[in-house]
Design a protein around this ligand. Structure first.
Ligand code: SF4
Length: 332
């Protein structure tokens, strides 16, 4: 039986905690969960839930998306806008933090709500340019010819439909200084059917060199349903990279990271970044200290070929790029 269209799968996502727990043969007796809390409530496509182990409250995929009561704990140093992005936001939908690159938000929507997300409190409503807001963005890019790369980021840019994405890309192609298009997305990982024939056609037709930076944190996120979509993306000329977030209790063991790197490579994807958690309020229970992260990286470097070792990075307000963590290898 072929999968239903991605939009239908998205609409049919789990939105109630108890429905998801029932589906996974779990109950509130196993886990202290929150009910529906705020705009950032539970959202999990069934295709992603199907990769979770039934009856396991510690499943590493479940832990990424289940709202726990720990989210309500106020922890010093964890804030609503940890990267002060609102100040780098010259137009709705446009973040200009890096010299030659801008980040555009086509949509504030995501197919899955990751509890550690650093944009979980971001004011997407004010920052969704809508198609009417595109022209000022194109004008900004025309006036900033130093910008050669446009990064479509989250929300999830692939949450818009293919015709809107095609219109956007075709209009962007008229800004001659832009050469590269990067798409940061988690959607194909959680709903593989998002890789439609039309989307592949768009990538084959564009003059841009396209890089897709997927977001996956654990090897268990990869099953047979992702094989064909990844092959098709590569065959359409898309470079595939992955970024992960280091999350306590999810992927903070050396074997988890080794499994992830090897699994990604099996699917034709290179590990790009491993991010330290951004200190966003509600996510402190995922935090892994820098010292532990460095020790984890040493364990990976001992085993993996260099091309499968992601860069350990973190972001800080008002810094022009991600900051690599010094692994101390020259004096280890
Ligand atoms: S998919 Fe990305 S932007 Fe959306 S909630 Fe998850 S981490 Fe945040």
């Amino acid at each position: 039986m072929s999968a239903s269209p991605w939009t239908q799968q998205w609409q049919e996502s789990f939105k109630q905690v108890d429905d998801l727990l029932n589906y996974l043969d779990l109950s509130r007796k196993n886990i202290v969960v929150l009910g529906q809390v705020d705009a950032f409530s539970l959202r999990v496509p069934r295709a992603f839930a199907d990769r979770m182990e039934k009856g396991n409250p510690d499943d590493p995929l479940l832990k990424q998306i289940l709202p726990l009561s720990q989210e309500l704990e106020a922890v010093a140093g964890f804030t609503k806008d940890p990267l002060a992005e609102e100040k780098a936001n010259p137009l709705p939908g446009l973040l200009h933090k890096y010299h030659g690159r801008v980040l555009l938000t086509l949509s504030g929507a995501c197919a899955v709500h990751c509890r550690y997300c650093f944009r979980r409190h971001f004011p997407y409503k004010e920052n969704n340019p809508g198609t009417k807001g595109w022209e000022p963005i194109f004008e900004y890019l025309t006036n900033h010819s130093e910008v050669t790369e446009v990064i479509l980021s989250g929300g999830d840019p692939l949450s818009v439909d293919d015709s809107m994405l095609e219109n956007f890309i075709q209009r962007l192609e008229t800004v001659s200084s832009v050469k590269y298009l990067r798409i940061h997305t988690r959607l194909p990982v959680v709903i593989p059917a998002r890789i439609t024939e039309k989307l592949l056609e768009i990538f084959r037709a564009t003059r841009f060199r396209v890089t897709m930076v997927l977001h996956s944190n654990h090897a268990n996120e990869w099953d047979a349903s992702l094989e064909l979509p990844m092959q098709q993306l590569k065959a359409s000329g898309v470079t595939l990279l992955n970024q992960a977030v280091l999350l306590r209790g999810v992927n903070d063991a050396v074997h988890s990271q080794l499994d992830l790197s090897y699994r990604l490579f099996d699917y034709g994807i290179l590990p790009y970044y491993l991010h330290l958690l951004d200190k966003v309020s509600g996510a402190a229970h995922f935090d892994v200290s820098k010292v532990d992260a460095i020790s984890l990286m040493h364990g990976m470097i001992d085993v993996l070929p260099g091309y499968l070792v992601p860069k350990l990075v973190y972001e800080a307000p008002h810094r022009g790029s991600k900051i690599p963590v010094d692994l101390g290898l020259d004096h280890a």
